[in-house]
Design a protein around this ligand. Structure first.
Ligand code: PRX
Length: 666
């Protein structure tokens, strides 16, 4: 519990002083999709609850049973049912809302395009037919490495239409990361863009992809969306422009029938050890969970304009830009770029332009907006907003209050939503018409979701206690396995508290949490060695490996330290090989090296050189102590260290470096 108690002492005291709470307004409750608290009781019988929610999507064959948990922790939901998710997301809307807009696309340079449900279905069919002509069949894996353009959701849906499995790799990841993910998934086709617009710059995605493709034997074809129109090398026989592939294709295609448990996608997420984990999600249960939570957490109505700012490269984009909103026939905004292009008011300009009614973003963005000041949102009419949400990391009460007051005009319910890549959909969140909110708390589990907090011994801590967040019953969107590694799935998520002899399976989320006297959940961050930078999990191991990959580095340890803007920032401690000088130039070079190896998001915010790293006698690096050092806290227990002095030396260096200069923002 050491790490957890650290987190607690750093965070929970401030949180627990938070006494403000907000009741839903009567006017909101009166119009809400869910207006009665009875749903919480109803959700206790979670199997029948989720069966009822399944009526909201389109099936071809009904299930023979709702849940098969006999091979736990490998769940089957809606057993034997068949469907194709794109029929729920597209075909069935044609009659009722074929002409309504599915996506308003806003390009970073200022171009825009709106696509209706009828048009979207045609585009999806054309690409699916094109992929079919390239040899894609049910079960094949398709890697997708793109910017946030309309062809990105089209690519996911075309894959799903064929019963193929998509693996989206966030466009900010490096060539090496893309290569590893393509190889793990054994993808047959890659869909990418010539370039992406980002902060006014052109990001050469195809050239990154080309570097990855040097070592990806499974890839047969590469489909390239022209976004900027740059003159890029195309390899004959392997590469084809998207526009050339789809132009001759029919816009009709019968969706391939899939079983409820056929895979829909793989999404890679960082773990503490070894390679990224390919989280595998399947079809029926995932869509039921994404659709229900989207509709009710955001209180979606016909005519609403919904905007989730997440990139589709992350799970939030999968569930709340693509599958949830489309299943609900909702009109969404997709924005390609950064919030400060051309100026720091871009998000607010977009809300005003499209009259956005639901807005979903990350605490790291909210903290950045706070830093930029209220003049930017105040310059725009945000009165269309009805519900505003956050996801990705704990939101501190100040940021929550700022969000509610400045963006939500003190009247929009704020929905702080806790979930993970592995959970597939939102698990803990207010329902805006019925759940009173408290700034900084994700409030209570959604109906149909069973959550608890355990101590080290697996005992529920009761009200007022802190410990490990666990999920005690299966849920429809749960990850089914780690791709090709079911043993690792059991070890990482199900071994900490489960009792397989008694057939009691407990999912350990890896987060610390506290539950207050009202039963409200306060998330405390990760308890393992995974950092959370701007809402994205990055494993210490991957960054360390990238540092050690540099010719000057002997050994490296990294840890997350609190950062007002990004939640956590990466603090690196590096031991150099003999003959190398640890100066500012090398710091800059190492930061760049990590950004190239893994992606900019993993670039360390600070690097401190040290002759030795603090280690236990068995040689395990004590990252917990390094975190104390990085956050300039009183040091924790150093008695288990083989080399206790070194940690004081490092602390002195960190102190000297932070007092000597203000670090330049990255
Ligand atoms: O630590 C929790 C944090 O983000 C982790 C999941 O990261 P990822 O799989 O990348 O998915 C992010 C988007 C769903 C969690 O284990 N986290 C996510 N949402 C919250 C949160 N921490 C506190 N409050 C939240 N609302």
């Amino acid at each position: 519990m050491d790490k957890l108690s650290n987190v607690e002492s750093a965070t929970i005291e401030a949180l627990m002083q938070e006494k403000r709470h907000f009741e839903p307004s009567k006017s909101f409750t009166d119009q809400a999709n869910i207006a009665s608290k009875a749903i919480y009781d109803h959700g206790k019988d979670y199997v029948s609850f989720w069966e009822e929610q399944a009526a909201a999507i389109t099936w071809r064959d009904q299930w023979t049973s709702v849940l098969d948990w006999s091979n736990a922790p490998f769940a089957k939901w809606f057993v034997d049912a068949t469907l194709n998710v794109t029929e729920s997301c597209l075909d069935r809307h044609l009659e009722t809302r074929g002409d309504s807009v599915a996506y308003h696309f806003e390009g970073e340079p200022g171009d825009s395009r709106s696509i209706t449900y009828a048009e979207l279905l045609k585009e999806v069919n054309k690409l699916a037919n094109g992929l079919k002509s390239l040899g894609v069949e049910k079960g094949d894996r398709i890697a997708i490495y793109m910017g946030m353009v309309l062809e990105l959701p089209i690519a996911l849906l075309a894959s799903a239409r064929l019963g193929a499995v998509h693996s989206v790799v966030f466009g900010g990841f490096s060539a090496d990361s893309l290569r590893d993910r393509i190889n793990d998934a054994g993808a047959k086709v890659l869909i990418t863009c010539d370039e992406a617009w980002r902060n006014g710059n052109r990001i050469p995605l195809k050239s990154f992809a080309d570097a990855a493709l040097e070592q990806t034997p499974s890839i047969e074809k590469v489909v390239v969306v022209k976004r900027t129109g740059a003159d890029i090398p195309m390899r004959v026989e392997r590469d084809i422009y998207y526009q050339d592939l789809v132009c001759e294709q029919s816009d009709e295609l019968n969706a391939v029938k899939t079983s409820s448990e056929d895979p829909l996608f793989i999404l890679y997420t960082s773990g503490t050890t070894a390679s990224p984990k390919g989280i595998l999600h399947t079809t029926g249960g995932y869509l039921v969970g994404a659709a229900f939570t989207h509709k009710n957490v955001f209180d979606i109505k016909d005519g609403d304009i919904y905007w989730c700012t997440a990139d589709i490269g992350w799970v939030t984009g999968h569930s709340y830009v693509v599958y949830g909103p489309l299943a609900n026939g909702c009109t969404s905004v997709i924005y390609e770029g950064v919030p400060n292009f051309p100026d720091k008011d871009r998000f607010w300009a977009i809300i005003e332009k499209y009259k956005v009614s639901q807005f979903y973003t990350a605490p790291t963005a909210i903290r950045t907006f706070m830093k930029w000041g209220t003049s930017y949102p105040e310059a725009h009419n945000l009165s269309s907003l009805k519900v505003i949400g956050t996801v990705g990391e704990p939101i501190n009460p100040e940021a929550w209050m700022w969000y509610q007051q400045t963006i939500g005009n003190a009247s929009c319910p704020v929905v702080d939503t806790w979930w993970q890549t592995e959970t597939g959909h939102i698990m803990i969140s207010p329902l805006p018409g019925i759940t009173p909110t408290k700034p900084g708390s994700a409030t209570i589990p959604l109906p149909g979701i069973a959550v608890d907090i355990f101590d080290d011994h697996g005992t529920s801590v009761g009200l007022g206690g802190g410990g490990y967040l666990v999920l005690t019953e299966p849920w429809p969107g749960m990850a089914r396995t780690i791709y090709k590694d079911p043993q690792r799935f059991i070890e990482v998520y199900w071994s900490r508290f489960s009792n397989s002899k008694e057939n009691k399976w407990i999912y350990f989320a890896g987060d610390g949490a506290k539950r207050d006297e009202d039963g409200y959940y306060w998330l405390l961050g990760r308890v393992d060695d995974v950092m959370n930078v701007s809402g994205h999990r990055i494993s210490t191991l991957e960054v360390e490996s990238a540092l050690v990959d540099h010719h000057s580095v002997a050994e490296a340890a990294v840890t997350g330290r609190s950062d007002l803007t990004t939640g956590q920032a990466i603090a690196a401690f590096v031991t150099l090989k003999a003959g190398f000088q640890g100066d500012d130039a090398l710091i800059a070079e190492l930061k760049e090296h990590v950004a190239t190896k893994i992606g900019k998001i993993a670039r360390p915010a600070s690097i401190v050189f040290t002759d030795e790293l603090p280690k236990t006698r068995s040689g395990k690096i004590m990252r917990r102590l390094l975190q104390d050092v990085a956050e300039e806290r009183k040091l924790g227990d150093v008695t288990t260290l083989a080399n206790a002095d070194v940690v004081h030396e490092i602390a002195a260096r960190v102190h000297a470096s932070t007092t000597a200069k203000t670090p330049a923002p990255d």
